[in-house]
Design a protein around this ligand. Structure first.
Ligand code: HAX
Length: 436
C-alpha cells in the first residue's frame, strides 16, 4: 500500500466514527431553515452537504482545510522559492487535513506518473468524436470510455461489503487524476495541432507535464499551470460540478461516471464555461471597437450594451461569494509579476474598475465583483494558448483534485444516497397560505 493510502485509511477510521456519532446521537439537531425562497432560488446557502475538503466564506473566499490561497502559497511545498505550490500538495492537504512535506508531494507525483497509462481504445473513442464537438464533450467521452477500467466497479461486482468501498475508490481516484493531463493534452492536440501528440516527460511534475504535452514549455508557463491547477481545485461541496459528482456518486456510480457527470455541469455558461466566454466577450469588444486598446469609455459602453441585451457579464458575480474572488486576485498578482504590457490583460484590469459599479447600479446583482473566470483565459492567452473553447478542460483537470478527494471521503464515511423531496406547485402555495 502506498503511504498516502495507509495514511488515509488511518485518518478515515476516527473521522467516520465522528460522523456516525453525529448522525446517531445528534441527528435531530436543527441546523437551518428551508424557505420557499431557498427552493426557488436554487437552494443557495441551504446547509445540506457534508464536505471536508474546503469551505467557501462569502466575505473571505475559499479556504482549503482552513488555509486561504495566500496561506497555501506560503505553506505548500514548491520546487523553488520563487515558484507556485504544487497541486499534488493541495490534494494531500484536502485528503489528509495535514500540510505535506516536499517528500510527500514527490511521492504522490511519482504515484500519478506510474498510473498515467491510457488504454488505446480511449484514444479511439476521442478520435471518433467529430472535430466540431466541444473539447468538454471529448473529455466526458474519454472519461466514460475509461470507466471500463474502474477498480470500484470490479470490486463491487465481485461482492465487496460497504466498509471496503473506499479501498477500490482510492485506486480509481488516483488513477483518474493521473490520467487526466494525458487525456486533456490529447484532446488539445487533436483539436488544434492535427493530432500531433507530445509524450509526457517523466522529469516533469503533474502540472508542468500538462503544459508540456499541450506543447508549451517554459519555467514561467509551468508556474502558471501549477497555480492554475491549484486554485481551481475545489470550492466546497455545493457548486454545480462538486455537487453533481457527489450526487451521482451517492448512487454508488463509479468515480469515472461521477466525475464525468460533474464536469458536464462545469461545462455550463454559469459555471466553468464562463472562462471561455470571458475571452470571447472581450474579443467582441475589441472587434466592435476596431482596436486592441479600447478606451475605458468604449469598454463601459460595451458592458451597458451587454446588459441592455439581457445578457450577463461573464466572469462577474457569484452565487455565494460577496467580494472579489481570491482566485481572481491570485491570478492578477501573477499577471502583474509576469505579464507586463499585455493589452488583453489591460482590458481585463480595466473591466475590474468598470464592471462592479455598473452591476451595482442594477440593484439586483448580489455580488458585482469578479470571479475566478474573469482572469484565467487572459493568462493562458498571454502564453499563446488562444483556443478559448478548450479552457474549461483545464478547469476540469484541476477540479478533479477536490471533487475526487471528496468522493473518496464520501465512501470512507459511508455517506448515504442523496434523495431530497420535491413537491408540486399547489403544495408550496398551500404552505404559503395562497391556496387551501
Ligand atoms: N451580469 C449581469 N447580471 C448579473 C450578473 C452578471 N455578471 N450576475 C448576476 N446577475 C443578475 C442575475 O442574472 C439575476 O438577474 P434576474 O433576477 O433578472 O434573473 C440577478 O442579477 C440576481 O442574481 P444573483 O443572485 O446576484 O446571482 P446568482 O446567484 O443567481 O447567479 C451567477 C450567480 C454566477 C450564475 C451569476 O452571477 C452570473 O450569471 N455570472 C456571470 C457568469 C459567470 O461568470 N459564471 C461563473 C461563476 C463562477 C463559477 O462558477 N466559475 O466556474
Amino acid at each position: 500500500m502506498s503511504s498516502l493510502k495507509t495514511k488515509f485509511a488511518a485518518k478515515a477510521v476516527p473521522v467516520a466514527a465522528e460522523v456516525k456519532t453525529l448522525f446517531k446521537e445528534y441527528g435531530s439537531t436543527v441546523i437551518g431553515q428551508v424557505t420557499i425562497e431557498s427552493v426557488i432560488d436554487g437552494m443557495k446557502g441551504l446547509p445540506s452537504l457534508l464536505t471536508l475538503t474546503s469551505k467557501l466564506d462569502p466575505q473571505e473566499g475559499i479556504r482549503f482545510r482552513g488555509y486561504s490561497i495566500p496561506e497555501l502559497q506560503e505553506k505548500l511545498p514548491k520546487l523553488g522559492p520563487d515558484d507556485e505550490p504544487l497541486p499534488e500538495g493541495l490534494f494531500y492537504l484536502m485528503l489528509l487535513d495535514e500540510l505535506p512535506t516536499l517528500a510527500d508531494v514527490m511521492e504522490i507525483g511519482k504515484e500519478w506518473k506510474d498510473r498515467a497509462a491510457i488504454p488505446d481504445y480511449v484514444y479511439k473513442v476521442i478520435d471518433a468524436m467529430p472535430m466540431d464537438s466541444a473539447p468538454m464533450a471529448d473529455l466526458s467521452a474519454g472519461i466514460l470510455a475509461l470507466a471500463t477500467e474502474s477498480k470500484f466497479l470490479q470490486a463491487y461486482n465481485s461482492g465487496i461489503g460497504k466498509k471496503d468501498y473506499w479501498d477500490s475508490t482510492y485506486e480509481d481516484v488516483m488513477t483518474l487524476i493521473a490520467q487526466l493531463p494525458v487525456i486533456a493534452a490529447y484532446i488539445y492536440r487533436k483539436h488544434y495541432f492535427k493530432g500531433n501528440v507530445i509524450p509526457a516527460d517523466p522529469k516533469l511534475d503533474w502540472s508542468a507535464n500538462l503544459a508540456h504535452m499541450m506543447g508549451y514549455d517554459s519555467p514561467e508557463i509551468y508556474k502558471l499551470f501549477r497555480m492554475y491547477l491549484t486554485i481551481h481545485a475545489d470550492h466546497e461541496g455545493g457548486n454545480v460540478s462538486a455537487h453533481a459528482v457527489h450526487l451521482v456518486a451517492s448512487a454508488l456510480s463509479n468515480p469515472y461516471y461521477s466525475y464525468a457527470a460533474g464536469m458536464l455541469g462545469l461545462a455550463g455558461p454559469l459555471h466553468g464555461y464562463a472562462n471561455q466566454e470571458v475571452v470571447a466577450w472581450i474579443l467582441d469588444i475589441l472587434k466592435e471597437m476596431g482596436t486592441e486598446n479600447p478606451t475605458k469609455q468604449q469598454i463601459h459602453d460595451f458592458c451597458e450594451k451587454t446588459i441592455g441585451a439581457g445578457r450577463v457579464i461573464p466572469g462577474y458575480g457569484h452565487a455565494v461569494l460577496r467580494k472579489t474572488d481570491p482566485r481572481f486576485e491570485a491570478q492578477c498578482e501573477f499577471a502583474s509579476k509576469y505579464c507586463k504590457g499585455d493589452n488583453f490583460i489591460q482590458v481585463v484590469n480595466d473591466l475590474y474598475e468598470i464592471v462592479p459599479p455598473i452591476l451595482g447600479s442594477l440593484g439586483k446583482v448580489k455580488n458585482p465583483w469578479p470571479n475566478v473566470d474573469a482572469y484565467s483565459g487572459s493568462l493562458l492567452r498571454h502564453y499563446g494558448i488562444n483556443e478559448a473553447p478548450y479552457y474549461t478542460v483545464l478547469f476540469a483537470v484541476s477540479r478533479a483534485l477536490g471533487v475526487l478527494a471528496s468522493l473518496l471521503w464520501d465512501r470512507a464515511l459511508g455517506l448515504q444516497i442523496e434523495r431530497p423531496s420535491s413537491f408540486t406547485l399547489e403544495w408550496f402555495q398551500e404552505k404559503a397560505g395562497i391556496k387551501k
